[in-house]
Design a protein around this ligand. Structure first.
Ligand code: OSB
Ligand code: MG
Length: 370
């Protein structure tokens, strides 16, 4: 399609429950959405950057000017019929992968509509249902955490991931394992430890964890390889993997045994597919990470999760865990046994509630061709 207009919106939406990681607590999300329009089509994309530059250097207030001043102007007026053509138009801009992903994914969304094909099929997916886990943040008390885990297990989720940091780790894991010896359990440190804490991290081995996610520095792979040799528990990399070359290096150096793919973190569906393929070739299973997405990012994550090597339960869970009301229809729902069924409608498979989006919008910009 010939791109006639790109709209950028910022929504402000409170979370049903705060979410705390080793780098801080979030009560409300600033959600950046883009639409790419032309020839009667409208593709939607979500920029998953956070409210602060804590998970990554990229954040909502860097994504807005990067999109409006550089990335959208690089696409406006151009003919882009396939999502995979998008990265070439934006390659002059270094980094800013989450901003790029929002636009590229909107183009895949539009392409799937144009081809009257489900997005998941267009991406090369094969799974009809996606196994789901949940990511549970740091709570105010151990009791509160135990209650949360009980709720999520009762809802059917197939894997529990706990956020950890120094002071919220070994004691917590002891309590959780004392109550549930057999559940599939992971932890995510979001870079809260250093190599000096190797002995402390070795204590995690006693809890039979599926993985420990991103224990060390966000921009480091080599030292994770050193740590992996010292741990029985599998390391999973999240923050450290920004593109397929990182995945190849991580595999080659033995830095992890699992990789979390976030489509925003790697710059869009094209690169996410490449990371997936590199991992598959190296026998590294992957799963789809989450960034507290609204329904649009969530629908896109689900489509990606249908690719063959997404063999571990991801962090993509039901809309109602995050939102009082999601901006898609139907909302994302999880079956009693912890799966999300893939939808066969053309495109993303979930209708966008534009009326609700308009109500939640606090900032909006439109760029037009000519
Ligand atoms: O590291 O996976 C992470 C949320 C925000 C930033 C980073 C992470 C997370 C999550 C939540 O773990 C995943 C989700 O439920 O969307
Ligand atoms: Mg993570």
């Amino acid at each position: 399609m010939k791109i006639e207009a790109i709209t950028v919106r910022e929504l402000q939406v409170p979370l049903v429950h705060f979410f705390e990681t080793s780098f801080g607590r979030t009560y409300s999300r600033q959600i950046l959405l883009v639409t790419v329009e032309g020839e009667g089509l409208r593709g939607w994309g979500e920029c998953v950057a956070g409210e602060n530059p804590y998970y990554s250097s990229e954040w909502i207030d860097s994504a807005w000017p990067t999109i409006t001043r550089y990335l959208a102007p690089a696409l406006i007026g151009k003919t882009v019929t396939q999502g995979r053509e998008a990265p070439a138009f934006m390659e002059k801009v270094r980094g800013h992968r989450m901003a790029k992903a929002a636009l590229e994914n909107a183009l895949w969304d539009a392409e799937a509509q144009a081809k009257q094909q489900p997005l998941w099929k267009l991406l090369g997916g094969t799974r009809r249902e996606v196994p789901c886990g949940v990511s549970i943040g740091i709570q105010d008390s151990h009791e509160q955490l135990i209650d949360k885990i009980a709720t999520e297990l009762a809802a059917g989720y197939r894997r529990i991931k706990l956020k950890v940091k120094p002071g919220w780790d070994i004691d917590v894991l002891e309590k959780v394992r004392a109550r549930w010896a057999g559940i599939t359990l992971s932890v995510d440190a979001n870079s809260a430890y250093t190599l000096d804490e190797t002995e402390h991290l070795r204590n995690f081995d006693q809890f039979n964890l599926l993985m420990i996610e991103q224990p060390l520095w966000n921009d480091e792979i080599h030292y994770h390889a050193r740590l992996q040799k010292m741990l029985r528990t599998a390391i999973c990399l999240d923050e450290s993997i920004e593109h397929a070359r990182d995945a190849a290096f991580a595999a080659e150096s033995g830095a992890c045994r699992i990789i979390n793919i976030k489509v925003g973190r790697v710059g869009g569906f094209s690169e996410a597919k490449k990371v997936h393929d590199v991992c598959q070739a190296n026998k590294i299973p992957v799963w789809c990470g989450g960034m507290l997405e609204s329904g649009i990012g969530r629908a896109h994550n689900l489509a990606l999760s249908t690719l063959e090597n997404f063999s571990l339960p991801g962090d993509v869970s039901a809309s109602k865990r995050y939102w009082k009301e999601d901006i898609i229809e139907p909302e994302v729902e999880v079956s009693r046994d912890g799966f999300i069924a893939v939808r066969d409608e053309p495109g993303r498979g979930y209708r966008v509630r534009e009326d609700l989006i308009e109500k939640l919008t606090v900032k909006k910009g439109v760029l037009r061709a000519g």
